[in-house]
Design a protein around this ligand. Sequence first.
Ligand SMILES: Cc1cc2nc3c(=O)[nH]c(=O)nc-3n(C[C@H](O)[C@H](O)[C@H](O)COP(=O)(O)O)c2cc1C
Length: 180
Amino acid sequence: MSNIVIISGSPSHPSRSSAISTYLEKILVTVGKQVNTITVRDLPAEDLLLANFNSPEIKEAQSLIEQAQAVIIVSPVYKASYPGLLKSFLDLIPEKGLVNKVVLPVATGGTIAHLLSLEYAFKPLFSVLGSQEIINGVFMVDSEISYKDQLTFADIGIEQRLKTALDDLLNRLPKEEMVK
Ligand SMILES: Cc1cc2nc3c(=O)[nH]c(=O)nc-3n(C[C@H](O)[C@H](O)[C@H](O)COP(=O)(O)O)c2cc1C
């Protein structure tokens, strides 16, 4: 069975992007995937801040990533880039920690003006970590999603963008099911 890791990178709780992580996890579990979600804000803050490579919690998270065939990184856009919290975690991943893994970036932002942050900020980071297969990411503007009690999408097309990206991810893994 394919292992998929979701890295949820928001410093906030509750969080729009975390709600998306939960949504994606549910879909993947429904189609029979083994999914582990790493919520970066739940890792020890001091270990992240001081780059403690020996932290047991960080090592456990690293090991989940090591075993995964695919990694979905779900994050808000901060200052036209990724939040420092997410970067501090990715800094603790080994140099080529995403090699041979399919990576799907999913980002939420307050403005469509920062849609391209996926291309100029997120993707180069995953590339440096060794991923040669970064699939087309999904960017969602805050007004397109609401997450109070449960995640809802402003229209079906927005949800479909996520499902299409998931299908793309699954299609790159051996013998995968479709979610559409
Ligand atoms: C410190 C901070 C910086 C932000 N910078 C941007 C930005 O540069 N571009 C943007 O589109 N949205 C920006 N936003 C808005 C968030 O990306 C957006 O509200 C996102 O959906 C929040 O996700 P979350 O609820 O998962 O944390 C920023 C929000 C915060 C708190």
